[in-house]
Design a protein around this ligand. Structure first.
Ligand SMILES: [Zn+2]
Ligand SMILES: [Zn+2]
Length: 225
């Protein structure tokens, strides 16, 4: 059967602990969901983010939405990118500090959305809502012709909890982002695209365990989901 590429979307890694030649690395994570014009997280600093965006020929003016996973420096450090955007919707977990929220609301081009429960943020794209106890975090779910791809920041609420939440929206095809201390690697055996990034402690183990379905992450990498 011929694969339907029509609905497929590409994710570009803009910020990661590792970088391909010509790109800059930094401790943190950010990626662009191309086709949906969504920036997920902003990495640890603005200059590295902008450098990599230019290299990728991504124009900040084309970003329509920014989704921030959680309020850690390595994910929100490049938030000044809003100064380079046109009108932009910014989705943050409701638990973000009032200091951060009031700083964002000073920007007249920013439309702030505080996320609590799982919801659709645009056609075929969902947030898990804020999950977790001590460190609250939201993950992004993108629906394509292949199924759902889950994009995580650090997975502080636990990757299994995030996947359980995401699977309410359908079958999970892909998983991209920081998995942090996640260790029940066998849980991912049915996922057809695994891209462990950023803070994933068992990155090498994952790549070795799933050589056919996993891909090495670095800035400059584009993956079709
Ligand atoms: Zn974190
Ligand atoms: Zn992190």
């Amino acid at each position: 059967m011929e694969k339907d590429h029509k609905n497929n979307i590409k994710v570009k890694i803009l910020y990661d602990n590792e970088a391909s030649e010509g790109f800059k690395s930094g401790f943190g994570f950010s990626c662009l969901v191309e086709g949906k014009n969504i920036l997920f997280d902003t990495g640890g600093d603005l200059s590295t983010l902008i450098y990599n965006m230019r290299k990728f020929m991504v124009n900040p003016k084309d970003i329509e939405k920014i989704v921030l996973s959680h309020e850690h420096r390595d994910h929100i450090g490049g938030i000044n990118i809003v100064n380079y955007c046109s009108k932009v919707d910014v989705f943050i977990p409701r638990s973000f500090s009032s200091q951060f929220k009031s700083w964002l609301s000073l920007h007249s081009n920013v439309i702030l959305h505080e996320v609590c429960e799982a919801e659709e943020i645009c056609k075929g794209v969902y947030t898990t809502g804020e999950l977790g106890q001590s460190i609250k975090e939201q993950s992004l779910i993108v629906k394509t012709g292949n199924g759902l791809t889950v994009i995580t920041g650090c997975s502080h609420p636990g990757l299994e909890n995030i996947l359980a939440c995401a699977s309410k929206f359908g079958e999970i095809y892909g998983l991209i982002g920081g998995f942090h201390g996640f260790c029940k690697l066998e849980v991912l055996k049915r996922i057809r695209l695994i891209v462990p990034c950023h803070c994933t402690m068992r990155k090498t183990e994952l790549l070795n365990l799933y050589p056919k379905t996993s891909k090495k992450c670095s800035v400059g990498f584009t993956v079709e989901i």
